[in-house]
Design a protein around this ligand. Structure first.
Ligand SMILES: [Zn+2]
Length: 400
């Protein structure tokens, strides 16, 4: 189940509710009084509430059917409200789809067009981030209604790094493909079937086998698409696999057997095609456990959700510890270039930006009276950031 809500500010809320009730009441049974109405639609349900000055309409149903329900209701409302010539904007509820803390997601596996569910959200990578990195994006293959992701590639010390950045609707979540002489390292699988298919196409375009692939942490935006990356088995830290198992087997995502049955990711130094690669394990930062890959010779660190670039951060597990980890990375000679979990690749200087952000975030989380106050304070402090949806996670993490 997914839902979408329209809020219309109008002096005629009661009148429109009555007219909509009268219209829909002709063909289908409705329950209504002067201010509340429930209408069974052909492919879902519609609930309307009127009060002085505002009409609120929520349609719910399978995510693939939401557009039809929205159009059906809006087409009538536009006619009844033609004198006001209103702009009707639906807001789709995504909270369950991304970074859900438990297994609260209600969308079924059969409804894979989660891109419909995501369509209503506007998220953008900060334009400043684009300028900062100076990397030219190339469009990946567009699929369906979801815009294409972008691929950002650069070479350093004989190794080529490709970062796939999902479109804004999929919270700019990344997958990184590190191309060595004769093999690849793949980090994370992105969230949705279309974005994962683009990652898969990118892997195949190199013509090289995957020597190692791993999932960095338990949040579903990083593994939700894994089953669409065929022929690749993802290892991960045992704690990460335990953390994601409940959600991964709950039927809400295409079951990522290539993650659940993957090997344990071994921490420490290893080599890929003669290039040193260090796998590190950090605890209690943005997620309970996260794996980070560091290539000391290239001075590149794949830090994933320890750093968000130009996107609002998720509230995290222990922000003071998170800051401590970032301060260590800031002093680490291997961390010149950072490949992050959300947004474009960036550089060491962004660690200071991230630390400053987390200090503000921690302050507003502990001093604001309500989640809404905290969100307003963050927006005021970081006006250029994308990913406003991520701010709604603040109320979920709120300890009142
Ligand atoms: Zn994430």
């Amino acid at each position: 189940m997914a839902n979408s809500t329209l809020t219309l500010t109008t002096p005629n809320a009661f009148k429109y509710l009555k007219l909509l009730g009268k219209h829909f009441g002709q063909g289908v049974p409705t329950q209504h009084d002067a201010s509340e109405m429930t209408v069974p639609l052909p492919f879902g349900t519609c609930q309307m509430t009127a009060n002085a000055g505002v009409l609120t309409i929520t349609v719910s149903g399978a995510s693939a059917d939401l557009t039809r329900s929205e159009q059906l209701v809006a087409s009538h409302l536009v006619r009844f409200a033609f004198r006001e010539n209103p702009t009707l904007t639906w807001q789709r509820d995504l909270r369950d789809a991304i970074h859900s803390k438990g297994s609260t997601m209600t969308t079924q596996t059969s409804e894979l067009s989660r891109r419909d569910l995501l369509k209503g959200v506007t998220l953008t990578v900060g334009a400043a981030a684009l300028l900062r990195t100076g990397l030219a994006p190339t469009a990946a293959v567009a699929q369906g209604d979801l815009p294409a992701g972008t691929v950002h590639s650069f070479s350093k010390g004989g190794v080529t790094f490709h970062t796939y950045v999902s479109p804004a609707q999929a919270v700019n979540v990344t997958s990184h493909i590190v191309e060595f002489d004769d093999q690849l390292l793949v980090v994370d699988a992105t969230m949705l079937p279309p974005t994962a298919q683009e990652v898969s196409a990118l892997i195949q375009s190199t013509g090289k086998p995957v020597g190692m692939a791993y999932i960095s942490h338990e949040h579903p935006d990083h593994w939700g698409g894994a089953s669409f990356i065929e022929g690749v088995s993802f290892s991960t830290l045992p704690q990460v696999r335990d953390g994601l198992r409940g959600e991964a087997t709950g039927g809400q995502w295409p079951e990522p057997t290539n993650v659940l049955n993957g090997a344990d990711l071994v921490t420490g130094m290893t080599e890929m095609s003669g290039v040193p690669v260090e796998i590190r394990h950090y605890e209690n930062a943005e997620a309970p456990h996260i794996a980070v890959a560091v290539l000391p010779d290239q001075k590149v660190a794949i830090v994933q959700d320890l750093v968000y670039n130009g996107v609002y951060f998720a509230p995290g597990v222990d922000r003071m510890n998170w800051i401590k980890i970032l301060e260590e990375l800031r002093d680490d000679p291997a961390c010149d270039t950072l490949l992050v979990g959300h947004g474009l690749p960036t550089t060491r200087g962004d660690l200071d930006t991230a630390i400053a952000y987390l200090k503000v975030l921690d302050n507003v989380m502990t001093t604001s009276a309500t989640p809404d106050d905290a969100i307003a304070a963050l927006k005021a402090e970081f006006p250029g950031y994308g990913g406003e949806f991520l701010l709604s996670l603040i109320s979920e993490y709120w300890q009142g």
